[in-house]
Ligand binder design. Sequence first.
Ligand SMILES: O=P(O)(O)OC[C@H]1O[C@H](O[C@H]2O[C@H](CO)[C@@H](O)[C@H](O)[C@H]2O)[C@H](O)[C@@H](O)[C@@H]1O
Length: 353
Amino acid sequence: MDLKSNHTSPVLTDTSSLNNTRLGIHSALLPYAHNASAFSPTLFLTIPRKRPSTLDDVRSSLFDAMKSSSPTHNILTKEFNTDPTSSDVDISYRNWTFKYPSALASFEQIANNAKGKKIALFLDYDGTLSPIVDNPDLAFMSNAMRAAVSNVAQYFPTAIISGRSRDKVYEFVGLSDLYYAGSHGMDIMGPVRTSSSEYRNCIRSTDKQGKEVNLFQPASEFLPMIEEVLESLIEITKDIPGAKVENNKFCVSVHYRNVDEKSWASVGQAVEEILKEYPRLRLTHGRKVLEVRPILDWHKGKAVEFLLESLGLMDCEDVLPIYVGDDRTDEDAFKVMEFLKTLAMWKKKNSEL
Ligand SMILES: O=P(O)(O)OC[C@H]1O[C@H](O[C@H]2O[C@H](CO)[C@@H](O)[C@H](O)[C@H]2O)[C@H](O)[C@@H](O)[C@@H]1O
């Protein structure tokens, strides 16, 4: 998978005027380009987006999305502490856990698969390293967790991939031996590649310890826009009790965890209202949070690819990347994991022919 020529600028997929959503196909199959116009439309999957007929449709679909991305505590804890055959376990959830069993319960199998392989570890922060708490500013990780991460980083390259700003997540984790990607991968501090295939758009920088690093910020041109939208979001939500706007540098989080459920729709409407003025920004959902980010073909999965490439681990058959995450935004990284696994199996099969 060659990322050499890729990192000039991830594509802008401004689809607002097209009334459809384009999903970039896997980067192994397509080169990035400076701008959207350089992309062949055939390189995208085009998924028609249902046109809502009334304003109420818009409101209720956003509200449904806010509810569905905020699963109840009940569902979240079932897997860990109740009898999975108990009658109140939701069948579709049970089917889901059957298809995707807990990795913790399969630790031995994972360890066996890892034998003889180089592991690269990618960790989400909120809900993975730290517990979910009401106040995002107080989502501290425990000392035991910090020690575990520090320990694992002595053995394997380890990176934190978070929706938070890179500085904030570094402040929480406080470990210098790791790589950090903030803003859902749009702000990566990674290793300097020793090979000749330097990324064109990386900025050579130094980390807090003075070590040379590569900084990759594919959304840097959006910074003024994000700062502007941040101010507007703070203003428009200021009278909704419990709503909280968080500056994540290249994206903005609008939290509704502490908002009365009756007012969730007001939060959604306020955000949509502001976004009408910004067709180059889009909305994604996390755990009781709406996230505003640039319309870039860049996410946590791309950040994982970028770091693997930077570490010189992308084309190696003996590499086992592991990603641990709990949120919708981590799905992008899970898809990359799946793809890399398929690619490795395909390569192995071909080499045996
Ligand atoms: O990618 P992550 O590291 O998982 O970050 C995703 C978002 O996490 C934070 O919000 C979530 O955790 C908060 C603290 O537990 C919780 O109060 C909130 O409801 C959750 O959505 C963070 O505050 C966001 O900015 C991140 O985007």
